[in-house]
Design a protein. Sequence first.
Length: 426
Amino acid sequence: MSTTRKPLPPMARVRQSFTRPRVDDPVAAMTAQMRRLAPRIQAGATVGITAGSRGIQNICPMLTAAIAVVRECGATPVLLAAMGSHGGGTAQGQKEVLDSLGITEQNMGVKVITCDTCRSIGQTPDGLVAYMLDSAFSVDAIIPINRVKTHTSFKGCVESGMCKKLVVGLGGPGGAGQFHSLGQSQLPRLLVDVAKIILKKMPVIGGVAIVENAYEETALIEALPAEAMIEREVELLAWSKTLMPALPVDSLHGLVVEEMGKNFSGTGVDTNIIGRLRITGEAEPASPKIRYVSVLDLTEESHGNATGIGLVDFTTQKLVDKVDRKATYLNNLTTTFVTRAFLPTWYDTEQEALETMMFCLRSIPEDQLRLVRVPNTLYLTEFFATEAVLRELTDTERFSLVHEPRPVRFDAQGELLDRIGRPHQD
């Protein structure tokens, strides 16, 4: 073995439980909530329902249900691509992203309108511009549908949700560019103030908010009338934060992530989970505190967009070979958080990458070494942990031992064995 590598200590497999409110039938729930908006849908109107780039659980059947309700009202539904600068900021790129999510004209049975041009529809008193995609002017009514959850780059009364879908998603390249040009502290104000202009000037009749639990299951579907949208989103965001997954402890010497990707987080690895922002001029979160982060692979669903790799310390040649530099750079240039695109040190195999991280922790006695391995930063219901971490997991209602600590194994090619992988939805 190289003098700059050190074996990993034995690790136990642990299962943890989170609060789990769950919608048993998302299609029925979406149908019921959309019918609350039905009195606002006029027969003969063209109704634009937003479709975004995030991987929302059950999104295709829920969109199908929303489309069906619009048709019940005697109106014509269409899907409006609403994803800011995602998809490379082009109409074709938007189509490719939506195609990858199964949101196609063939699957949905309606026209899917992509668009990369926008116009100003007004300004806030302090000069913020409200942008709107040209495609939004081709419909008579707009219904945004989006997940409400915490954001990976800023905190405020609103973060990811209905306001952001209107301001950045339907705002197109102009809305995304303005959003990412401001400092973190200004973003909640921008979303609220610009959303108010959009709600006043565009035919937004209401929206449907989705909240998910720590198991990536639908926890709530709720129709929001336009006049109450912002106020209710504030409340839903606060509740959604109580459902978030979390690492078992707040302080680690090392975190190993089997996969990163845009399908898990907009930053590939969720900044709320790893405790790193890497935004120039902004303070890092107080917790969690993790000395080193290693990521082993990039998901196929990311299409080469490795945004967030700059949050990592160690990775593999396998991951680097999958990186689409153009897509990754564009994403980070749009946000201006360019350090998130920087490549960390990388190694030929997973074994070499992890044993190099261990070498950097060589001064810590093995019985005190705090390591955790997770499949990704979204699914955290199972993880591996060293003995030092196990000693802290005293909450028997939250944690259960799957097996005692065992040696960490690799195959002949240096690939990690006994992976956790992504859980099956039940």
